[in-house]
Design a protein around this ligand. Sequence first.
Ligand SMILES: *Cc1c(COP(=O)(O)O)cnc(C)c1O
Length: 227
Amino acid sequence: MHNIISQLNSVKNRIYAAEKANNLPRDSIRLLAVSKMKPAEAIIAAYDGGQRDFGENYLQHALPKIEELKYLDGIQWHFIGPLQSNKTKAVAENFHWIHSIDRLKIASRLNEQRPDYMPSLNICLQVNVSGEQSKSGMAVSDAESLAQKITALPNLNLRGLMTIPAATADNAELLKQFGILKNCFDDLRQKGFDIDTLSMGMSADLETAVASGSNMVRVGTAIFGAR
Ligand SMILES: *Cc1c(COP(=O)(O)O)cnc(C)c1O
């Protein structure tokens, strides 16, 4: 697991360089280490390297790891995958964040199922910025109305927006898609929503995402290796 520490450090160095290139203060970008499909040992290695935020997509893989690793102080679990309504309870009871909210139904269930002894569940709305039918996420034009409804749910804490752009090697196209999310974020803030998180950028495109205003990058492969 030696590799994981050195790969984690090189991702941190990429983030520092991106912060510098964009005149941002050091540590203004939060790194979410995406540990989906990776064993608990890999997560422990990254934790030992100082990492605290971990992202998981598949509930059935995540839950045993969360249980096994609950002794790790300050670890924060982020659910970043699609979620069916019959599986919301496990997210409400085990995660600190969910980035993939695109329907009120799921949010309402999470609000009801969040245990009283836990702090509010942090929420990012997933927005589809590519227009591709196959991609999850709501239309930009629906974000304000869902944000409004979620703000009214006491056990949820609306934190921001997330997107997964269409796969493309064209940097201009990527900038365009990230820019759509950034505009949506700025628009909501201007309308008074108290949000602080713009979750965009992965292993291959975190520099482009940071240049576009991201402040949370979700990085799997570059830390943990291929899946
Ligand atoms: C897998 C995944 C990532 C990480 O992707 P990498 O290319 O491995 O860095 C980020 N976000 C989401 C939603 C993912 O499913």
